[in-house]
Ligand binder design. Sequence first.
Ligand code: SAM
Length: 216
Amino acid sequence: MPQAHYLGAVMRRRVGDGVRVFNAADGEFDAVIERIGRNVADLAVGMLTRAPVPEPDCWLAFAPVKRDATDLIVEKATELGVSAIFPVFTAHSQTGRVNIARLTAIAIEAAEQSERLSVPALHEPVDLARFLADFPAGRHLFVAAERRDCPPLANVSTLQPHALLIGPEGGFAPAELDGMGQHGFVTPVSLGPRILRAETAAIAGLARMLAAPDQT
Ligand code: SAM
């Protein structure tokens, strides 16, 4: 189990050391290491230190970009509080490869760093048509569309559940934007007058959707 390796080999924790453990359903607890090996650790779980709290139900979908920028998107989306992350391949996607195990490790570290009690679900990549076909009823999708006459994200309701979709560096193809606009659950939105890098667009959009007092 990677966390046991991290505790022993990276953090150099030993038997008797205290740690904190958490999950979204039960909250966070004090714990003491009773046994630690290369890939396994036994912990004696003690007092509850933080009770579970309701978390926002906001998804991020994005067209994967270069590796460092994709890593940044996953890290910052986790810190901001998304509940699920979907890599989505579009007509102008720059890469066809996404390492979900690596991105999950980044999300776990970002969740720990930001003191979240949950880790967002990292979904296997799908193409845009499949993502839209599988999109669940009752959830709303805001599509970040530069160079179109759309309302600012700040001006549209972000009542949950909802999702934000960010395009690749080359932007969405016009036919993709036209096609998405046909779905009743889609609202194309602007993130301001400037053309942002995909990672900036993801962070700026999520900050708007997740920082409002009614989003906690
Ligand atoms: N190549 C495109 C162009 O020059 O028009 C720019 C694409 S932008 C670098 C990458 C993605 O970020 C876009 O597909 C869009 O989803 C989002 N984005 C960037 N700036 C935006 C803005 N001002 N409003 C809405 N979305 C934006």
